[in-house]
Design a protein around this ligand. Structure first.
Ligand SMILES: C=C1C[C@]23C[C@H]1CC[C@H]2[C@]1(C)CCC[C@@](C)(C(=O)O)[C@H]1[C@@H]3C(=O)O
Ligand SMILES: O=C(O)CCC(=O)C(=O)O
Ligand SMILES: [Fe+2]
Length: 378
């Protein structure tokens, strides 16, 4: 099927990533708070809103022994990671080696950003088709099922602590008074890169793949850092902070504040994840599911909002180099009866989610059926 991109947007199955049918709403919480009723653009279907109070408390994996090189602890940690990823692609890690003061600083600087005047935030607004920049409820992308959140996203290039892309992003987007913020997020992203490459070793070991295989695959990557800011909402039961989705990326390292709202779909129900200040939430994304030839699951998750308080989360989305072909390791393919997913590049999957499709639970399948046939790999 040789679909043009414009055909893609006509496909009834696709949820076009840009469906602006009427004038663009501005996510200005000072105004929205005064409105008696929830604007219809923020209403979500009932089936996306149902939930349970049955928390998913496990697995919480202690990385201390593994990070010190203890062989037994490494085997034990890899086993726990593997069991979690086969089930729902989600686990938490403690004693992860990330400086608690750095985590605190990253949360503090998140507030500096989102407490700026709206006009200043809109000056840094995400450009159409780009995943980077400020967004208020994605109101410039979608006109229904808007998420009750503000986000700021930027790129982080792996392997070069002297790379100034992050500090330069902040000074160029918000002014030189944000240089300190850029340096904090540079350091934070370096810590996330180090932790994600370590977790990739556990994933390789648990899959019976050469231990450094995935680490090498991602070493020259460029990841995405996202700050999420969820304002309080008068009618939290009618909307969502982030809708049900699997991250199209590879591995997500998320630090949430103590408010609560993250939920994972496991054992056929939505399971609240109780915040732990000492833990990072780890979830697999679509790209790693493909790299494991479908052995490990891309985690279906969402984020609720509440009436009382702002909720904040820091999400580091690990991504490979844009043009690297996403393909499982050969020895994994040899052991499996067949390839579950065709070759693709992260560049193409990212383009799909930014220009043609709003990431949800079916992103990878939609990408493979409707978008990938329009691409040619040599
Ligand atoms: C590549 C990405 C697209 C999104 C940010 C990263 C990984 C997660 C994706 C997202 C959060 C999934 C839910 C829908 C989305 C539109 C959002 O609510 O922000 C997605 C992000 C995006 O397209 O900006
Ligand atoms: O804020 C959260 O807890 C989850 C956010 C999320 O899933 C995302 O940004 O992809
Ligand atoms: Fe997510």
């Amino acid at each position: 099927m040789d679909l043009s991109v414009s055909d893609l947007l006509l496909c009834p199955q696709l949820n076009p990533a840009n469906d602006l049918k009427n004038e663009i709403l501005v996510f200005d919480i000072s105004i929205l708070h005064k409105q008696a009723n929830m604007p219809t653009q923020f209403l979500w279907p009932h089936q996306d809103l149902v939930g349970s109070q049955d928390e998913l408390r496990e697995p919480v994996i202690n990385l201390e022994g593994f990070l010190k090189g203890d062989k037994e602890a490494t085997v034990a940690a890899a086993h726990l990671v593997g069991a979690a990823c086969i089930n729902h692609g989600f686990f938490q890690v403690i004693k992860h080696g990330v400086d608690v003061d750095l985590i605190r600083a990253a949360h503090e600087h998140l507030d500096f950003i989102f407490n700026l005047p709206l006009a200043k935030k809109l000056d840094a607004r995400r450009e159409p088709g780009s995943v980077y920049g400020y967004s208020g409820a994605h109101a410039h992308r979608f006109s229904s099922k808007l998420p009750w959140k503000e986000t700021l996203s930027f790129v982080y290039n792996h392997g070069n602590s002297h790379d100034l892309a992050v500090p330069n992003y902040f000074t160029s987007s918000f002014g030189k008074e944000f240089q300190e913020t850029g340096l904090v997020y540079q350091k934070y992203c370096e810590a996330m890169e180090k932790l994600s490459l370590a977790i990739l070793e556990l994933l390789a070991i648990s899959l019976g793949v050469e231990r450094s295989h995935y680490r090498k695959f991602f070493e020259d990557g460029s990841s995405l850092m996202r700050c999420n800011f969820y304002p309080p909402c008068k009618e939290p039961g009618l909307t969502l902070g982030t809708g049900p989705h699997c991250d199209p990326t590879s591995l997500t390292i998320l630090h949430q504040d103590q408010v609560g709202g993250l939920e994972v779909f496991a054992n056929n129900q939505w399971r609240p994840i109780r915040p732990r200040p000492d833990a990072f939430v780890i979830n697999l994304g679509d790209t790693f599911m493909a790299l494991s030839n479908g052995r490990y699951k891309s985690c279906l998750h969402r984020a609720l909002v509440n009436k009382e308080s702002v909720r904040r989360s820091l999400a580091f989305f690990l991504c490979p180099k844009q043009d690297k072909v996403v393909r499982p390791p050969q020895d994994l393919i040899d052991r499996e009866e067949q390839r579950k997913y065709p070759d693709f590049t992260w560049s193409d999957l990212q383009e799909f989610t930014q220009k043609h499709y709003r990431a949800d639970v079916a992103t990878l399948q939609s990408f493979i059926h409707y978008f990938l046939p329009t691409k040619r790999y040599n």
